[in-house]
Design a protein around this ligand. Structure first.
Ligand code: SAH
Ligand code: SF4
Length: 360
């Protein structure tokens, strides 16, 4: 497999699960039981320096350095919203590309929103990530390091992450193997032992990905970026709807629901004059009848250069109430951290914009 990073033929040690690490250790002439020790340094103790592996002999550490490399996530900036509940991290990867992760906190309940790709191919019209170039998938290690960085950051004040959502940059089901690979390493007993129930993958509706996921990982939570239940409207704002329309998406989700005990989360961005009139609410309610679900209403977060409008507060509340009256589990998100551009991709988009401006 081609590795993304510049490697000098070395292997990315952080992307390997324990079984693969053991396999390669044996081939390399290292002892199998050392693999478990190294895995513990990396994924449990979060030590990312071969010389810090004090129970590995000096000689073996030299072999490690020759055969493997440790990918890095270089911390670049950090922004904290006025209410302190949203913190955004901008990271630089080994090839200088930028990604972002967002930490959302309620008291000491912490949720990390991670990126799965650099950019996104799907071009949803309301999304900041869609305005930048698609570069590549993230490796397993690059997904893990977002978690590890923030976990270490929180541990300094005696706190830790409670949930992880794949709602940052990119479409997780177009990087299926690395997203699921990272979750499995985080879930492993010898690593963070982080429960699968505490992960949520958000997808724009990649039907083959949802099918594979239904079969392989029914424990992990699923969120669907729905935004409309009418094909004409959904296609206008989400080109992926041309490939897999609402009916196909719905049928696939009914299969997931049969297999998984989890409630499905539906994300629904409220965009004025697009999808939040009374009739839209009734069509949505009708769609939702078949599901055990939670609906997350998200007021549109303005993206530079887009003409879309956020509906007035009163209209948001009316839409919310229509669903509530029909006993649907629904939340209306307060637009969090708008002062720090918290919606996915917005910090990076801003950074690129300002560096373009600097060059001019
Ligand atoms: N690609 C995946 C996951 C990343 S997007 C997906 O689309 O589900 C994460 C969430 O942010 C999605 O629900 C997306 O629709 C939402 N989002 C994107 N742009 C937004 C904006 N301008 N305002 C509010 N939410 C937005
Ligand atoms: Fe990609 Fe999700 Fe943004 Fe659509 S909303 S462009 S799928 S990141």
């Amino acid at each position: 497999k081609m590795l993304n990073n510049i490697t000098n033929d070395k292997i990315d040690i952080l992307s390997l699960n324990l079984e693969k690490l053991q396999e390669i250790f044996v081939i390399t002439g290292l002892k199998k039981f050392n693999a478990a020790q190294v895995f513990d340094w990396l994924h449990n103790k979060l030590v990312f320096d071969f010389d810090g592996f004090t129970n590995i002999s000096k000689n073996d550490r030299e072999i490690l350095k020759k055969r493997f490399y440790l990918p890095k996530l270089e911390y670049r900036t950090h922004q904290i919203s006025d209410d302190k509940n949203t913190e955004k991290f901008l990271f630089e990867l080994i090839d200088k590309r930028l990604i972002e992760s967002v930490l959302i906190s309620h008291k000491n309940r912490h949720t990390l929103c991670v990126s799965s790709q650099i950019g996104c191919l799907l071009g949803c019209d309301f999304c900041a990530t869609a305005t930048m170039n698609y570069e590549r998938n993230l490796d397993i290690s690059e997904i893990l390091l977002q978690f590890y960085y923030v976990q270490s950051y929180l541990s300094k004040r005696g706190e830790k992450l409670g949930n992880v959502v794949f709602m940052g940059m990119g479409e997780p089901f177009l990087n299926y193997d690395n997203v699921i690979g990272a979750i499995n390493i985080l879930n492993s007993e010898k690593g963070q032992n982080f429960s699968k129930r505490n992960f949520t993958i958000s997808t724009s509706g990649i039907v083959p990905g949802i099918k594979r996921f239904t079969n392989d990982e029914p424990q992990i939570n699923l969120a669907i970026s729905l935004h409309s239940v009418r094909d004409d409207v959904r296609t206008e704002i989400m080109p992926i709807n041309k490939k897999w329309n609402i009916k196909e998406l719905k049928d696939t989700l009914l299969e997931y629901q049969k297999k998984s005990k989890n409630r499905i989360t539906f994300e629904y961005i409220l965009i004025d004059d697009m999808n939040c009139e009374t009739k839209d609410a009734f069509e949505l309610i009708n769609f939702l009848r078949s599901f055990s679900c939670l609906v997350n209403l998200i007021p549109y977060n303005p993206v530079a250069g887009k003409i879309y409008k956020t509906p007035p507060k009163k209209k948001q509340k009316e839409f919310y109430n229509l669903l509530k009256e029909k006993n649907i589990n629904v939340t209306l998100r307060e637009t969090k951290g708008q002062d720090i551009a918290a919606a996915c991709g917005q910090l990076k988009a801003k950074k690129e914009m300002s560096s373009i401006n600097e060059k001019q």
